[in-house]
Design a protein around this ligand. Sequence first.
Ligand code: PLP
Length: 384
Amino acid sequence: MAFPPLGPTRPHTTPLFQSAVYDVPDLDALDRVMNGEEPGFFYARDAHPNARNLASQLALLEKGTWGFVTASGMAAISASLLAYVSGGDRILASNRLYGRTNRLMKTELARFGVTASFVDCNDLISLEVALQTPTKALIVETISNPLLRVVDLPALIEVCHRHGAKVIVDNTFATPVLCRPLEMGADMVMESLTKIISGHGDVTLGLLAGNDAATGESLVQLISTWGFSANPFDCWMCERGLGSLPLRMNASTQNAKELAEWFDASGLVKQVHYPNRPSHPDFALAGRLFPNGAGHMLCIELGGGREAVNCFMRAVPEITFSPSLGDLHTTISHPDTTSHRYDSTEEKLAQGITPGLIRVSVGIEPQEHLRNLFEKGLRLAGSC
Ligand SMILES: *Cc1c(COP(=O)(O)O)cnc(C)c1O
């Protein structure tokens, strides 16, 4: 294959290396690349320039010495657990995890003889008690889905390390713009890049980052062997979004904060869940952990239950229903019928997930436009 000569010039943007295989001129060159004496690539499932480029930029943001991009957020979580646990081990998991992560713990890991116990990570005493049984690792989300419970990461990490357990943090709702768990001592941080980090609703990717060199080396093999690798095109698309990540994160966080205040003042909703509102159980903690704001996610509860949610959706089709989050545009979802659909009614109510609860992923639209749309939807929902 021939390239047109570029002479002294270079592409201004990262080229897309949409190639599964890299050619080598001879066996000596192959040896040098395989032995790490010279840079180079061989087979894209092992490594390729677009994944490496994206991973190194994200590792910098997370304050990690290494980073790996995977085919999805779930691939990253699977890889993080495979790096730490083997058959017979026990892990601890927060009792407020993303639905698929829960399923991974309860259904998949159990098949390999790994026990998962669930613990309320907002209760350090329960955590201490749970850690009395030998534990390999704890997995927890910085800000939980859907009710935005914030955990005291520094305290939690201190307790886990004292008991010899690693800490894996799913930082998807906070992003490195608001919180860098590795700086607080976490062993691994995970992000679903599918959400606000890629930010345009058009890629599925995940990230793992950390500082421990041995873990980083084992992940190189693990990601290729289990086939968690990311494809070049999605990596290339995601890299494009990185430059605007702080701007998007700050704009949507400011929008969410102002909307939450407005919801509270409007009297149009039964309850607002946002960590920067004084009514939130983790208000003080969020203020301390997130000096740059509490993020772009919030929940509102409508007094009229499921039918009110239906009326709201029909009244403002401009606010689209989406199982994802972190898009440029504001979207809503309904945890009761989507992410927590298969949980029992009692379990849902214990977590505060009611039929009237709407989860909002706030975008970067002008605030007034958002208020107008929500006011229209909420007034109609209130009278239907
Ligand atoms: C979406 C999400 C995941 C899973 O990521 P995918 O990219 O969809 O595989 C994990 N954790 C959280 C908090 C998420 O929002």
